[in-house]
Design a protein around this ligand. Sequence first.
Ligand SMILES: [Zn+2]
Length: 198
Amino acid sequence: MQCNCSIFGDEQSHEAIVIDPGDNIEDIVRVLDRHGLQVKAIVITHAHIDHIGGAARLKSLTGAPVYMNRNDATLYDHLDTQASWLGMETPSQTEIDSEARDGDTLQLQGTEFRVLHTPGHTQGSISIWIPSENKLIAGDTLFRDSIGRTDLPGGDGRQILRSIHDKLLTLPDSTVVVPGHGPNTTIGRERERNPFLL
Ligand SMILES: [Zn+2]
């Protein structure tokens, strides 16, 4: 479904964190196997089906806990509605194991993955900042030259701008942004050129 899924693996411990397994779980498992990685956490940036659709399946294959912000619980409960919009079958659903609150930190060996609550695209949208890797996984909050749509249930146009200005544009300019869709960018580039943020 054209959603960017990120896999972070530690070379020493062979532990991995998978962010947004929307679909194509076989491809994800193939990458994990190729590098001998064991999934320690499945992190969901928000409960849209293209980001969370494969979470239950990946969890059943790996036993890893699922992290999602609780403000998207209702959206996840309506996965069948989302599936019907796209004319697809409803994927199986899973329990959410951890709430992924603002300020929470996940660890992959020494590497910190920090949860930033960035509501606006959905109420439970989070971004994951990995300071030591100089990377931000932005979900559908910030794109290259664009921002997430806010016309779907739970969307709020003012709120997404506040989230981006307060939580994302305050990160270092060199931070590489991996959006939920499309090509990577940097915080500096979006601060300077993103037409929605000028
Ligand atoms: Zn979305």
